[in-house]
Design a protein. Structure first.
Length: 201
């Protein structure tokens, strides 16, 4: 697929088949991600690839966040939760856990900022985001559907703990991959002319 066609035609698709994606294909996508630009050539990205029951690790993270948030909502010093409340928490945790299985492949893109003094953290995050875009475009070029998921649970300390990440590390995206179950929808963008300021002599 030609580059500009891939950029213009890629869409976020959340409904995919559970058909496996080969390791060879996944490695090809990650190779594309690995060629993203980075300030000072730090290459701050890394990838956690989850397939099969390996996706359960992400599910555990989702469930842990839900349990923590619902339990804390009861407030410190509150009476013990009733059996009904505990059952409700577990039901919602199970629902959150199931989110990890919405695609046959889930890739957590992690930014591990360099410790060099000259490195600016926000530039490390930008580089990891660039790697994520390379990954998405490569997936589309190979006929795969993908969606970049994020949200509050992804940034929660318990999610970092789930994946044994350092305090300074950040998950910048959860990329769900698979073969599309639905057709690509038509994309749209606002006028480019509204987004440009020309500074000329």
């Amino acid at each position: 697929m030609e580059l500009f066609e891939a950029i213009r035609s890629r869409r976020s698709i959340g409904r995919v088949k559970q058909e496996p994606v080969s390791r060879e294909t996944i490695l090809e996508l990650l190779e594309a991600a690995n060629w993203a630009p980075s300030h000072h050539a730090t290459e701050p990205w890394s990838f956690i690839v989850m397939t099969g029951e390996g996706r359960g690790r992400l599910g555990d993270g989702y469930a842990a966040v839900v349990r923590a948030e619902l339990t804390s909502a009861a407030g410190d010093g509150a009476p013990s939760l009733t059996e009904e409340e505990l059952a409700e928490i577990e039901a919602r945790a199970a629902k959150a856990h199931a989110k990890a299985y919405r695609a046959p492949v889930v890739i957590a893109v992690v930014c591990k900022p360099s410790k060099l003094d000259k490195v600016i953290r926000i530039e490390e995050l930008a580089a990891a985001h660039a790697a994520t875009q390379n990954l998405l475009l490569a997936a589309h070029a190979r006929g795969l559907a993908s969606i970049w998921r994020s949200g509050e649970p992804m940034y929660h300390p318990l999610m970092k703990e789930t994946f044994e990440l350092d305090t300074d590390d950040e998950i910048v995206g959860l990329i769900y991959l698979g073969y599309p179950e639905i057709p690509l929808h038509q994309g749209k963008r606002g006028p480019l002319t509204d987004k440009i300021v020309w500074l000329e002599s």
